[in-house]
Design a protein around this ligand. Sequence first.
Ligand code: NAD
Length: 256
Amino acid sequence: MLKGKTALVTGSTSGIGLGIAKALAAQGANIVMNGFGDVDSPKAVIEALGVQVAYHGADMSKPAEIEAMMKFAAEQFGRVDVLVNNAGIQHVARIENFPPERWDAIIAINMSSAFHATRAALPAMQAAGWGRIINVASVHGLVASAEKSAYVTAKHGVVGLTKVTALENATTGVTCNAICPGWVLTPLVQKQVDAKAAALGLSNDEAKKLLLGEKEPSLQFTTPEELGALAVFFCSPAGNNVRGVAWNMDGGWAAQ
Ligand code: NAD
C-alpha cells in the first residue's frame, strides 16, 4: 500500500516509534529513522522488511537539527509522504518539585518538535496532493494524571496542533490525526514500573498490575504492533477523510 512512499518516524529506535516504523515498512514505505541509543539493530529489523532505511540523529529538542533532518530526508528519498511525530520523554513529580529544565525539555521534545517537523514537511505534501501526519500524543492528551504536568500539557498541545493541522489542510489530500495510547510497556513506562516497585517494595509483575489497575480497565498494555496497525489505517484509502481525530487506544482509560 505504501510502496514508493517515504515515512519519517521520530524516536523510532525504540518502543512505539519502532513499532510504527515496522508497520509502515511492512506496507512498503521507505523509512527515515530518528532517535537515540542503539540504531544498528532496530535499523536491521526494518531493513529485513525489504525497504530502504536511512537514519538521522537530530535531537528533537533543537529546531535547527529538526530542519536539518527534514532536509536530509528529502535529499535521501525525494520527499516525506508520512510524518510520524513520536519522540517523547517523561518526568514524574508534583509541580512544586518539578525541575524547570525537565519542563522545558518535555515541552520541546514532546510538543514543539511536532510543530517544527510539520512546518517543514507540509509544503512538499501539499504540492504532491497527498500526505499523512500522525502525531503520537497520549491518553494524557485527553485526560490528566497527577505529577505529569509537563507531559499532560505537551500532549494536550499536540492534540490541539493535530486539529489545526487537519483544518488548514482539510480540502487537500493531506490529513493529520493523533494516536492516544494508554499504557504501552516500553522503556518509558518500565521506568515508572521500576519507580513504583522500588517505592512500594513490589516485584516487577506486582508493580505492572498496580499501574494497569489504577488507570486501564482492560488491565492490558497496548502494544506497539497495535499502534502500528492504527497508523497504517490512517495511511490507507479508508483514512482519506479521517481528519483531526485524537484516537485513543487505551483499554478504556478515557471512557471512565
Ligand atoms: P521510548 O522511550 O521507548 O522511545 C522514545 C523514543 O524517542 C526513543 O527512540 C528515543 O531515543 C527518542 N527520543 C527521546 N528523546 C529524544 C530527542 N531529544 N531527540 C530525538 N529522539 C528522542 O518511549 P515510547 O513509550 O515508545 O514513547 C514514544 C511516544 O509515545 C512518546 O511520545 C510517548 O509520550 C508516547 N506515549 C507512550 C506511552 C507509553 O505507555 N509508553 C503512552 C502514551 C504515549
